[in-house]
Design a protein around this ligand. Structure first.
Ligand SMILES: [Zn+2]
Length: 95
């Protein structure tokens, strides 16, 4: 077997020192997320509870029912109109 001459200078060995140092500082800036303000005004009820209002023994409906679909179909309460989600009937609120 012919003896290979030992390799004299290997340029690859010089790059080993760099990548270790760069990985560390990337993980730092995550701890700064500010706490979101969780204050929420609870003025509107949602779901079925928004449709009815109980006063003593009696229960009253807070929204009109649809004229086309009949009782049981409440109309959505928008700022200027009531709308039926079932058939699309819209009645504008009097000003
Ligand atoms: Zn309807």
């Amino acid at each position: 077997m012919p003896v290979k001459p030992a390799p004299k200078k290997e340029p690859a060995k010089k790059e080993e020192a760099k990548p270790v140092a760069e990985a560390a500082p990337a993980a730092a800036p995550k701890a700064q997320k500010a706490e979101k303000k969780r204050e929420k005004k609870h003025k509107e009820e949602k779901g079925v509870r928004a449709m009815y209002k109980a006063e003593g023994d009696k229960v009253s409906r807070t929204r009109p029912t649809c004229e086309r679909c009949g009782p049981g179909y409440f109309m959505a309460d928008h700022h200027d109109r009531y709308t039926c989600g079932h058939c699309g009937f819209t009645r504008y609120k009097p000003k």
